[in-house]
Design a protein. Structure first.
Length: 340
């Protein structure tokens, strides 16, 4: 347990958490919406610092990040908890554990893993980066920050895989250690965020802009859910916003939905919907639009925006070949945006 950062003591009993855009007002002995930050005698504590529930070595493409050290390994780590309650969460067993099964969460006796051990494990595994992923890294922000500082010292990159519901203060703080991020831009309607995720759209948009302004390499992902966020009108607005804000070089991953958790009344996303989303993105001026969760169809390849030739070919999370030379197309010399 560690005292949290980014909170205000309002009086002897109440605190205001400023880590995410819920800005939870937390009374004595209570926890924020995430379920992992608790007020103890007027001080806010992280209940998950040093207590990972998952540690794995993944290809960076799994995050997904396609323009960030392609073909490299990323040491992936998560704690329990999330500040959203998405009906379609694919990792609900750990992200929603403090909410859905509070007693089980409180009873967990997880072995403490110091930041130095995380960095050492990443180095031993031949990883080029550490990814804070699977659950929402914002809610274990102190752990992210402490690991991230050590990782930077050892020459490792730091990657956030986030829902983007950060406060501006958290964008600034975590932006000090983040080199790359994939932000899950779940929809372009506030109603979707309120009904399906228990959040709001605008703070996510502001966080994307904030991370981009701090120089964090950004890629965005939208899970296309039939009947909820897949209309041509909404996707056109979303793609246009990306092109106008973080910019046309921002990779956009449009991914196939499969029924999960509390959203099992929807069907698998048709391939035609994903192709439509890709075409909408390209018409909006986006240079790099990818189709996710449908391996082997060419939607994961990186074409040169100059000459159209394939520069990086992928099969699922595996890079088949990478023809980039110093971040540029070897055929026409076009510079490809990213971290290579």
């Amino acid at each position: 347990m560690k005292e949290a950062f980014l909170y205000d003591r309002l009086d002897q009993e109440r605190v205001r958490c400023r880590l995410c855009s819920h800005y939870c007002l937390i009374g004595q002995g209570k926890r924020g919406i995430c379920g992992v930050r608790e007020n103890r005698e007027g001080r806010l504590y992280s209940l998950v610092w040093g207590r990972p529930v998952a540690q794995n070595i993944d290809p960076i493409e799994k995050k997904p990040l396609f323009h960030f050290l392609p073909g490299s390994r990323s040491f992936s780590i998560a704690t329990a908890g999330c500040n959203l309650s998405c009906h379609h969460c694919q990792n609900a067993d750990i992200s929603q554990l403090p909410r859905d099964r509070t007693g089980v969460f409180d009873g967990l006796r997880l072995k403490e893993v110091e930041p130095s051990r995380v960095v050492a494990a990443a180095e031993k595994g031949g990883c080029a980066s550490i990814a804070y992923t699977y659950t929402e890294p914002t809610v274990f922000g102190e752990y992210v920050y402490d690991i991230g500082l050590l990782a930077r010292e050892r020459g490792l990159k730091n990657v956030l895989v986030t829902n983007g519901f950060l406060s501006p203060e958290a964008v600034e703080k975590l932006g000090e250690v983040a080199d790359g991020a994939n932000v899950d831009l779940k929809a372009f309607r506030d109603d979707f965020y309120r009904r399906i995720c228990g959040a709001k759209l605008q703070p996510v948009l502001e966080a994307i802009i904030g991370l981009n302004e701090r120089g964090v390499w950004l890629e965005l992902t939208t899970l296309i859910i039939p009947g909820l966020n897949d209309s041509r009108e909404e996707l056109t607005e979303l793609a246009g916003w990306i092109a106008a804000n973080p910019g046309p070089a921002t990779p956009w991953h449009v991914s196939r939905f499969h029924p999960d958790y509390r959203l099992q009344d929807r069907s698998l996303t048709p391939a035609s919907s994903l192709i439509q989303a890709m075409e909408i993105g390209r018409r909006a001026g986006l240079k790099y639009v990818y189709i996710g969760n449908v391996p082997g169809q060419g939607g994961e390849d990186t074409p040169c925006p100059g000459c159209g030739r394939v520069l990086i070919q992928r099969q699922g999370f595996r890079v088949s070949y990478n023809r980039l030379r110093d971040g540029s197309c070897p055929d026409c010399g076009t510079r490809i945006e990213g971290v290579f």
